[in-house]
Design a protein around this ligand. Sequence first.
Ligand code: SF4
Ligand code: SF4
Length: 179
Amino acid sequence: MRKTPYTKSLIESEFWLDTALEDMNRSQWEAICDGCAKCCLHKFMDDDDAGDVAEHEPMPTSQGVDGEEVFFTNIVCELLHTKHCECTQYDKRSELVPHCVTLTKENLKDIFYMPKSCSYRRMHEGRGLASWHPLLNKGKKSKMHENGISVRGQTVSENDVDMQKFEDYIVTWPLNDVE
Ligand code: SF4
Ligand code: SF4
């Protein structure tokens, strides 16, 4: 989840076309985040050996291992500004929300638990940026919202649900990608 705006110089440099994730500087790395906020949805892991997902306690997806199935819900972190799809406590997010996901070059190998549309995952898998990405749209998120890629208008706050009934909120739209 990014905070800083997509600068004109970054957009015009088209760095994403010839710079691998591992070689990006901090500004470039942060600009890859499309700001969809799907990583701010509550997610749960399941695997064949452990039974049905509904029997599990919720857990941070960062503790998952490859091969486990990721279930997304439409329950969103209370700190998300759901219209702008931006974290309201970006600088303190890891402190306030210990299971808040922060992608780094070091944990790229664990990116399987991110949604397929996540632009880091797209880049890591060699799919490049999608046409709805703000970097390809003058820094605007409107095309992403129009395509239903962001969480805008599709969530319920974690403060408004009984988390013991999280399975009632499992949804498939976060799995969608366009292109
Ligand atoms: S899912 Fe990926 S691209 Fe979307 S906000 Fe999270 S880190 Fe950024
Ligand atoms: S603290 Fe919450 S809203 Fe902020 S980035 Fe983390 S999960 Fe998203």
